[in-house]
Design a protein. Structure first.
Length: 605
């Protein structure tokens, strides 16, 4: 019966939206018109408020959060928990857009909790989809795939192609990250098929985008396959055309910004310099939408690619101007963009070094180091907060269980005391039951001790993971020291060339002494690493005939200590797609065959 009511409710809301869309221009306008209907039921109102919060999440995030919380509060008064589960699941995405991972994870757990209290297959499917989505964000790809399969089972019964398309997309992105081309393609095609059934343009856009990405990766591995390159251009172009023809019916415009940037990168990597205008055309689209949706990573890549073109043409002033414009936009943005700022500082330092302006290069490098240290400290703080939140949640759950057990025991003892006053037989029964419950309580205490022991083991594992993370970051700092030492050596050469200019020598020597003092502690850590693995870099340089750059060696070091592509992307402050291209170039320099894995080779050294 509850499934029938659920289907009727969803059908009724869709019908109202179709009617309202005739008089409204955007999804938000249509949903606002639905809320104005006098005969809307509380359940329909919860669903509509959740959809309205989603529609406003990009441009009015604070308002969207308030609307989402209103939907949750209203759902609490309804007998069917499906509305509360769906309201929480929708709110999760809005918190992520506000860069609040902690709250987003909490409401995902709430969505799954309430989904277990309803018979609605749709609510269960949505909740498990959000669980899959959150686990993917946290990097737990194995459990994300399991949760995705669970979500699809519920959504198949609910006959919901909209959410099925979203689940397929998340799974396609996971397989893309794992470099599993066949499964990436399979789930990308399934995402597109489901999206076309439901005709949701947001899902259609991301499905086109992931298929375009698949063919782009395929062409990178098979450069002679021109059909793969044409397919990559086709799907990305189709995504942009769909956006331009249905702009008012699309909520997440940032998808098109990423697609336009990918298309610009395809032309930049595979076509001659004469295609500059085509590249800049798509960069302009990506940058404009990126600014509108506060997608600063897209904006930074746009300015970075344009700057690379100008630098390659020898227009260093123009190249620096583009980088400074991008940096100004990032500095004006209120969101946390440390990783993007680090990327800009690295680009500015490299450009200054090309121009021979070593003083500016040093200043940019120092700013880069300061920002990287700040980002590192924030990551440590976030890990600490996450551990504290998990501990508090476990502590609260244990306290609630103890209170429930105590209340149950008191109630039982009350009945037994009344029985004692009635008769001796009742007293005998009381003694028997009291003994029984004492045994039960001892068993509960034993289980609580076991749970406490398991919690301590889990905390030790978390601390071990944190220690490994610190070791990886130490290596990153080590490679920075090497880069700085190279810069110091260059400055010392300049000293030799200006031996008669005392003022220049004095200034440069001050910079060198200050830089050496800053790197003294990191240099000691570097010595420790070399004692453990003294031949790693020598073997890499020998295999590549010294063709690997400092950035290539840093990338190889991250691979050697076991970082994933996503983690390497975060450490280097560059886009994930650039990591794949860097891996491909390193493999060529090392002379590895098609069947030889880069990770396997480096970790075997």
């Amino acid at each position: 019966m509850s499934q029938l009511i659920n289907k009727i409710t969803i059908f009724f809301i869709v019908f109202i939206l179709l009617v309202a869309s005739c008089a409204a221009r955007t999804p938000a306008d249509s949903l606002s018109a639905v809320l104005a209907q006098k005969n809307i039921t509380p359940g329909q109102k919860v669903m509509t408020l959740s959809l309205l919060a989603r529609a406003k999440s990009i441009t009015e995030n604070k308002t969207a959060i308030a609307i989402g919380l209103q939907a949750v509060a209203l759902s609490r008064g309804l007998s069917d928990a499906q509305y509360t589960s769906i309201a929480y699941a929708t709110l999760a995405q809005i918190y992520i857009q506000a860069n609040d991972l902690t709250r987003s994870a909490a409401v995902v757990d709430s969505a799954v909790y309430y989904a277990e209290k309803t018979g609605s297959q749709l609510a269960k499917g949505i909740a498990w989809y959000r669980k899959c989505w959150m686990e993917n964000i946290k990097g737990d790809e194995k459990n994300a795939l399991l949760s995705g399969q669970q979500a699809l089972k519920y959504l198949e019964k609910a006959r919901s192609p909209y959410y099925a398309s979203a689940v397929y997309y998340v799974m396609a992105s996971i397989y893309a990250n794992q470099e599993d081309g066949p499964l990436h393609k399979k789930y990308g095609q399934l995402s597109l098929q489901a999206a076309l059934v439901d005709m949701d343009y947001d899902n259609i856009l991301v499905a086109y985008q992931t298929l375009g990405t698949y063919w782009q990766y395929y062409h990178m591995a098979h450069t002679s396959d021109k059909a793969a390159l044409d397919s990559a251009i086709y799907y990305n172009s189709l995504s942009i055309a769909t956006y331009l023809n249905n702009k008012d019916r699309i909520i997440f415009h940032s998808t098109v910004a990423i697609t336009a940037l990918n298309l610009a990168d395809i032309y930049a990597q595979n076509f001659p310099a004469s295609y500059r205008d085509t590249v800049f055309k798509y960069l302009d689209i990506a940058r404009k939408i990126g600014v509108e949706t506060h997608h600063m990573e897209v904006v930074s890549n746009c300015y970075g690619m344009q700057s690379d073109y100008e630098a390659a043409a020898g227009h260093y002033d123009k190249a620096e101007e583009l980088l400074q414009k991008g940096l100004a936009i990032i500095n004006a943005d209120s969101s946390n963009t440390l990783a993007t700022k680090i990327q800009f500082m690295s680009a500015l330092a490299a450009l200054a070094e090309k121009r021979g302006n070593y003083k500016d290069a040093l200043q940019y490098q120092q700013q880069f180091s300061a920002l990287y240290k700040q980002l590192y400290n924030e990551e440590k703080l976030n890990i600490t907060k996450e551990l504290e939140a998990k501990y508090q949640a476990e502590k609260t759950a244990t306290a609630l269980r103890n209170l429930e057990q105590t209340a149950s025991l008191h109630k039982t003892l009350g009945y037994l005391y009344i029985g004692l006053a009635l008769a001796l037989l009742t007293a005998a029964i009381f003694l028997f039951r009291s003994y029984h419950f004492r045994l039960k309580q001892l068993g509960m205490e034993t289980r609580l001790k076991d749970e406490e022991a398991m919690r301590l083991i889990a905390e030790q594992q978390l601390m071990q993971e944190r220690q490994e993370r610190l070791q990886k970051d130490l290596l990153a700092g080590t490679l920075q020291v090497e880069q700085k030492n190279a810069l110091v050596q260059t400055l010392q050469k300049k000293i030799a060339e200006h031996t008669n200019n005392k003022s220049v020598l004095t200034q440069i020597n001050r910079i060198i002494d200050h830089d050496k003092r800053l790197d003294e502690s990191l240099a000691e850590d570097k010595a420790d690493f070399e004692n453990v693995n003294p031949e790693v870099f020598d073997k890499l340089k020998e295999r590549s005939d010294n063709s690997l750059s400092r950035l290539d060696l840093k990338h190889c070091a991250y691979i050697y200590i076991g970082l994933t592509n996503k983690e390497v992307s975060q450490r280097l402050g560059i886009a994930p797609k650039s990591i794949l291209m860097a891996r491909y170039r390193i493999k060529l320099k090392l002379g590895l065959g098609k069947d030889e894995e880069l990770d396997t080779y480096i970790r075997s050294l």
